[in-house]
Design a protein around this ligand. Structure first.
Ligand SMILES: Nc1ncnc2c1ncn2[C@@H]1O[C@H](COP(=O)(O)OP(=O)(O)OP(=O)(O)O)[C@@H](O)[C@H]1O
Ligand SMILES: [Mg+2]
Length: 1055
């Protein structure tokens, strides 16, 4: 990008010389125009615009402005943004074609040597490089490019005006597809200057190909064709006496041509036959005649003739006969009439011209076939018209007449399309307009081509009329008919002064580009362009396929005279004009900077060059009038109508468009017109123009069209449109993408739904199966359930197994955790009642076992004692349950607490347990605190150091306690023992512990009785009392009135 800017910068700076567009000149005088051209030319700026028209001045030297870099700079850039260049025009035409999808043509005009062919080649090269292309396109592109060297070799020649002068008219269509790819090409060729094959003026050459073949062809090829490597040897090549020219390198050009032939896919046979035709012409030129005694033509040497017959593949004798005799068909027989030498030469030359001319057309057709594109139907074209330029020689003949007429036609087309049509359009559209005067060359065109009255008609009449018509009679007829035409003059018709400049056999036309004097000699012959039938028949049978093809197309049996050359040419130009009128035109007006083909340089340099020049002689003969020959340029500016064009341009409008079309294209630029304008198109355009901010001076509204004065207004609009197009495209793209994605989403959703449905179906089917299975299972289950009580059968076996397993499983998780837990046990099903019971027992045993194993020895002893306690009291005495958790101690009175005397008395009996008790006297029931000591053999009631009572275990009859929660113990002692004082009543806090120990030590478990109500006591033998038990608010022990010991116990709350 930077590079590009730099380059553009450099270009613009350089190009600040003069004015780039004549439209911007302060004054539209000829002087101003020429001075601007000269200024720019002196800095090698050869291009200048008049609006979109390019004026190009031939620099006659290679300028470094046609490279790839330059092409890149001009690619896709608005016309006026960069300095004038032929690439800008090419690019603009191309882009207009693409956006508007219509056909275009580029009219390149200017006199011979002005640079038309070069311009057309530059444009072609530009398209070849800048258009997008594929491999396929590349071959088409190469073929288009390569058609040039071939056609130039066969159709161009050195003239006095131009070393590479086009001697045929060429219109080439480059076809583009809708993408802008160059996909094909087609060439139309116009009237080749065939006379050059047999005759060249002094200083001119035949067509290049002849010299190229002789100079460049390989030795082998030349031998095959019977040619010598010496151009001077050939009569047809040497008449102009300049066969070798320093500016032309025939050898190199030959290589290019051979290479080009390959690119355009000429096979070996075709190439070979083509060279044979070229060689045969050279040989034919060297066929000379001698007069016989009667002055009839005799062939001088047969060698050349044999070569011709060999190369063309025709019979030598027949050829010889054809060249020296005319066959006249008289009724039934044929008569041979011998030729004079002149006549024979005429026939020889006619043959040479015919062969070469037809081969040239064949060549164009072959190239067209090779470039043809049949594929893409939507094609638009850019046509390049490069025709021989207006030329004036010392002697001008029929060819110049045709060439200059052709240039008149193109000038007329230019006038039609620019000056006339433009001004008429303003008028028709009602645009205020001051007409610009211009010279309309229609008058000259009419002079030449008008039916029955024009020069061509008169020429044709002379050619066709019976009798002795000659070139001079033709001139007479012209004088007769054109007598007072302002653009026609002859020796006879001229005034005295003019007459001096005219020969008798001349006529002069005042062409748009200047006066040209034509010599009538040869007009009739050239217009007739006759080939005798016997010669025609001969070449029809040629073994050279090209020749045969060419001539068999010409109907030899048709006796009607074919159209004359001039008429054919006139018709083909008419067709060309019509075709071009249907296309949009672009113009390049080429100017010749000087007559001597000299490059522009400073005066000193020019001088130096003159002195050094090897071409000194030539230069002296053709004095240099200056590299920028003002007079020459002025002349061209004048006749090319540049001034008028400029005036129309300046006053006029650069752009116009039908309201409908303008609106259609630019309506997206204004909200009021987008997407639809419902009113009249003109109103829509007005709204649009207002919206775009067009100033009143910048545009005009015609009857059917809008006219925009400056290109910049249009370019700004176009730029806005481009931007808007992108925005619109993005919007459309987004919409489309959205639409596509939505579609995609819908599809996906549908697919998902489908999958879901299928999945659900599958699931449902599975579920159904499962349910069916479940129903079966449940049914079976129910049936089994009903039959569960019955013996195991197929109906219930499974169920029972299930019940069993399920019960066992549940049981496993719900087993009682402790031995004490007697409630937790799952109710078994009927089948498992027995098993459950066994299991329950097993489990309890297991728990017991575990428990038992886990008990330490002391606890075991404790428990064993508790078992004893339990056996005695459980369920019998009220305060037994709360006593269970209270641990039994080994003793309640330690040995230290027992009086030492007591201790010494009973030591040998081993003290097992001692406990403090309260002893109630037997009579008064007075409570007395005592120690109760159990030894191995007896129990002692001790008060301090006194043993109050000893009860041997043998005399221990029984022990009674109440069922209440008191601590009263009655120990029954055998009364027979006189020492005993009767039953002992004591109260012990640790009743259970004490009694358990006593029962174990004395082994008296069965002796302990739990009594309700009262306990009888033996006080002394035979004397009794009673201890009564009752319950009350507070525990009390007292002697009741009845003499009984009354014990009141509180109620122990049962949990
Ligand atoms: N743009 C250019 N840059 C350099 N040299 C040029 C340029 N245009 C033309 N010339 C020179 O001028 C010569 C004549 O140009 P060209 O053959 O294009 O003329 P022409 O208008 O086609 O003539 P004719 O009508 O005789 O065919 C070229 O051979 C070349 O030397
Ligand atoms: Mg040319």
């Amino acid at each position: 990008m930077q590079g590009r800017l730099d380059m553009e910068g450099a270009l613009t700076t350089r190009d600040r010389v003069g004015i780039q567009d004549f439209v911007l000149l302060d004054e539209t005088t000829e002087v101003a125009i020429i001075s601007n051209l000269k200024k720019r030319f002196s800095k090698d700026l050869i291009y200048t615009y008049i609006g979109t028209l390019i004026v190009s001045v031939n620099p006659y030297k290679d300028l470094d402005i046609y490279n790839k870099k330059q092409m890149d700079v001009y690619m896709g850039v608005n016309f006026f943004e960069l300095p004038p260049h032929i690439y800008a025009l090419a690019d603009n035409a191309y882009h207009t074609m693409l956006t508007e999808f219509n056909n275009h043509f580029i009219l390149i005009s200017g006199e011979s040597g002005a640079g038309k062919t070069e311009a057309s080649k530059k444009i072609l090269q530009y398209y070849a490089v800048s258009c997008p292309s594929t491999t396929l396109m590349n071959t088409v592109r190469d073929k288009m490019l390569m058609s040039n060297p071939v056609l130039e070799a066969f159709g161009n020649a050195k003239t006095l005006k131009n070393d590479n002068s086009s001697r045929f008219g060429k219109y080439m269509d480059i076809q583009f597809d809708s993408q802008g790819d160059a996909v094909g090409g087609h060439i139309l060729n116009y009237l080749l200057e065939k006379s050059r094959v047999v005759h060249q003026n002094h200083g001119e050459r035949n067509f290049h190909v002849f010299y190229q073949l002789v100079e460049g062809g390989s030795d082998d090829l030349l031998t095959q064709l019977g040619l010598k490597r010496d151009v001077q040897h050939y009569y047809y090549l040497t008449q102009g006496e300049c066969a070798i020219v320093s500016s032309i390198n025939d050898k190199n050009d030959w290589k290019s041509v051979k290479n080009a032939l390959q690119v355009i896919e000429f096979d070996e046979t075709n190439t070979n036959h083509l060279f044979r035709v070229v060689a045969s012409v050279l040989h034919l030129g060297n066929v000379h005649f001698d007069p016989d005694s009667k002055g009839h033509a005799l062939l001088k040497n047969n060698t050349e003739l044999n070569w011709v017959s060999d190369l063309l593949g025709v019979d030598a004798n027949n050829l010889k006969e054809g060249l020296t005799f005319r066959k006249i068909e008289a009724k039934t027989e044929q008569v041979l009439s011998p030729f004079t030498i002149d006549h024979a030469i005429y026939v020889r030359d006619a043959l040479a011209k015919a062969i070469y001319g037809q081969t040239f057309t064949w060549l164009v057709n072959r190239i067209n076939e090779s470039m043809e594109n049949k594929d893409s139907p939507r094609k638009t074209v850019i046509g390049l018209l490069d025709i021989y330029g207006f030329e004036v020689f010392y002697v001008n003949s029929f060819e110049q007449f045709c060439i200059n007429y052709c240039n008149e036609k193109l000038q007329q087309l230019f006038i039609q399309l620019t000056l006339k049509a433009e001004q008429e359009e303003y008028e028709a559209e009602g645009i205020e307009w001051e007409p610009v005067q211009f010279f309309n060359n229609k008058i000259i065109c009419d002079l030449v081509e008008e039916k029955h009255r024009g020069i061509i008609s008169i020429l044709d009449e002379e050619c066709l009329r019976p009798g002795d018509a000659t070139d001079l009679t033709f001139l007479d007829r012209l004088e007769e008919k054109m007598g007072n035409h302002p653009h026609f003059v002859t020796h006879r018709l001229a005034d005295k002064m003019t007459r001096k400049t005219l020969e008798r056999g001349d006529f002069r036309l005042l062409h748009y580009a200047g006066e040209v004097t034509y010599c009538v000699v040869g007009f009739l012959d050239k217009n007739n362009d006759l080939l005798y039938r016997n010669i025609k028949n001969l070449v029809c049978q040629s073994k050279n396929t090209i020749v045969r093809e060419c001539f068999s197309a010409v109907d030899t049996t048709n006796k009607r005279r074919p159209e004359t050359v001039a008429t054919q040419f006139k018709n083909s130009l008419q067709k060309l004009t019509e075709m071009l009128m249907a296309k949009e035109a672009w113009y390049i007006r080429c100017l010749k900077s000087n007559e001597s083909k000299q490059p522009g340089m400073s005066a000193q340099k020019r001088q130096r060059r003159l002195i050094q020049s090897t071409r000194l002689f030539y230069d002296l003969c053709h004095p240099i009038t200056g590299q920028f020959d003002e007079a020459l340029i002025r002349h061209q500016v004048k006749y090319l109508g540049l001034m008028e064009h400029l005036r129309v341009r300046r006053a006029g409008f650069a752009y116009r468009r039908k309201y409908e079309d303008f609106l259609k294209r630019y309506k997206p630029l204004c909200p009021a017109t987008w997407p639809h304008w419902r009113g009249m198109p003109a109103d829509g355009v007005e709204v649009l123009a207002q919206h775009l901010g067009y100033l009143p001076d910048e545009y005009k509204m015609g009857r059917t069209k809008i006219f925009i004065r400056h290109p910049r207004t249009l370019y700004a609009t176009e730029d806005a449109y481009e931007k808007c197009k992108h925005d619109l495209a993005s919007k459309l793209q987004a919409k489309y993408k959205g639409y596509k994605v939505k579609g995609e989403f819908k599809k996906q959703k549908e697919a998902a739904t489908k999958i879901e449905t299928c999945w659900r179906g599958a699931q449902a089917r599975k579920e159904k199966e499962k349910r069916a299975w479940a129903v079966k299972v449940i049914k079976k289950f129910i049936k089994a359930y009903i039959n569960r009580g019955e013996a195991k059968s197929t109906d219930n076996s499974e169920y029972l197994a299930f019940v069993r397993q399920s019960y066992l499983n549940r049981l496993k998780n719900n087993l009682p955790k402790t031995v004490l837990d007697k409630t937790t046990w799952l109710t078994p099903p009927a089948v498992l009642t027995q098993a459950s019971e066994i299991l329950r027992k097993l489990h309890y045993r297991l728990m017991v076992r575990k428990y038992v194993r886990g008990i330490p020895p002391q606890k075991k002893a404790q428990l064993q004692m508790k078992v004893v306690t339990s056996a005695i009291f459980k369920g019998k005495k009220e305060n037994y349950p709360p006593s269970i958790p209270q641990l039994f101690l080994d003793t309640r009175i330690s040995e230290q607490e027992i009086n030492i005397r007591v201790l010494s008395m009973i030591r040998n009996e081993q003290v097992k347990y001692s406990v403090p008790v309260i002893k109630y006297d037997r009579n008064g029931f007075k409570p007395r605190p005592r120690q109760f000591i159990l030894t191995k053999t007896a129990a002692y009631l001790v008060e301090e150091a006194k043993i109050k009572q000893r009860v041997s275990y043998n005399s221990l009859k029984g022990i009674s306690v109440s069922n209440l929660s008191d601590g009263i113990i009655v120990i029954h002692i055998t009364c027979e023992d006189p020492k005993q004082k009767g039953d002992l009543i004591i109260q012990c806090e640790h009743l259970y512990e004490f009694l358990t120990k006593l029962s174990i030590i004395a082994n008296k478990q069965d002796a302990i009785k739990v009594v309700q109500g009262s306990i009888k006591i033996q006080i002394q033998s035979g004397k009794e009392n009673s201890v009564d038990f009752t319950t009350g608010q507070e525990p009390m022990v007292y002697k009741a009135k009845n003499g009984h010991l009354m014990v009141v116990a509180t109620r122990t709350r049962t949990r």
